[in-house]
Design a protein around this ligand. Structure first.
Ligand code: GRF
Length: 235
């Protein structure tokens, strides 16, 4: 018997390209998560219109409408509850959540970060990758814990840093990898094949997707990496 799809809410603050990748993956009724709502802390977030155009319910919970962060997060919590969510995906949600909310959702809240954690936590990751002279960069999906960008890693994709890259070219390459990685990671969590246990991610056997010219882990264990495809992997 197939399991019911996991009711999933996405939190955004901006353009919503990762949100769109998740919504499009979940358009397939065989995908194990269903996107039931999108919540933004900014009324002007471009992702709100994209979600509405795809028939997804949206809510705005503006920071400015609340006296403090605790009250704002209580309203976010209430909005998540209204959608009867089982999983929460942060997709460019630009505010740290309060400890209580994070602890309530531990193991069921995931985030995408535009770097290979634990390197380059925080903001401006592409600029810092270039400044540091990294030759490999990428993105990470992880469970959210109270320490910023420190939760157990679920999946990572690596992309090359090309000699001619500027911040825009590098961020576009990483973003393309994010759009492939996040649905794959949500699938693992929704199917219960990646679970947070004892502060780590525990995996069960799963059928890994192809690498699509990306080095992605977890990935197909015995597949040789297609270096030619990787070299072509530019936006
Ligand atoms: C992405 O780079 C994501 O990794 C980071 O914020 C950015 C959001 O972009 N957390 P978008 O709104 O998904 O287009």
């Amino acid at each position: 018997m197939t399991q019911p799809r996991k009711r999933t809410v996405i939190l955004i603050s901006g353009r919503g390209s990762n949100m769109t990748a998740l919504i499009e993956a979940a358009d397939d009724s065989a995908f194990p998560a269903e996107i039931v709502g999108v919540i933004s802390d900014k009324a002007e977030a471009g992702g709100l219109q994209l979600a509405a155009a795809k028939g997804i319910a949206t809510r705005v919970v503006s920071r400015g409408d609340f006296p403090d962060k605790a009250a704002h997060d209580a309203a976010i919590d209430a909005a998540i509850a209204e959608f009867d969510a089982e999983i929460v995906c942060l997709a460019g949600y630009m505010r740290l959540l309060t400890t209580g909310l994070v602890e309530k959702w531990q193991g069921r809240m995931i985030n995408i970060h535009p770097a290979l954690l634990p390197s380059l936590k925080g903001l401006d990751t592409h600029r810092r990758a270039l400044e540091t002279g990294l030759r490999i960069h990428g993105c990470t999906v992880h469970f959210v814990t109270t320490a910023m960008d420190e939760g157990p890693i679920i999946a990572q994709s690596a992309v090359p840093v090309l000699v001619a890259d500027d911040e825009q070219a590098l961020s576009a390459r990483v973003l393309k990898a994010e759009h492939a990685l996040y649905p794959m990671a949500l699938r693992l969590v929704a199917e219960g094949k990646a679970r947070m246990e004892g502060g780590r991610t525990v995996f069960e056997d799963f059928e890994a997707p192809g690498h699509n010219g990306l080095i992605t882990s977890p990935g197909p264990s015995n597949d040789p990496v297609d270096l030619e495809a990787l070299a072509r992997f530019t936006p």
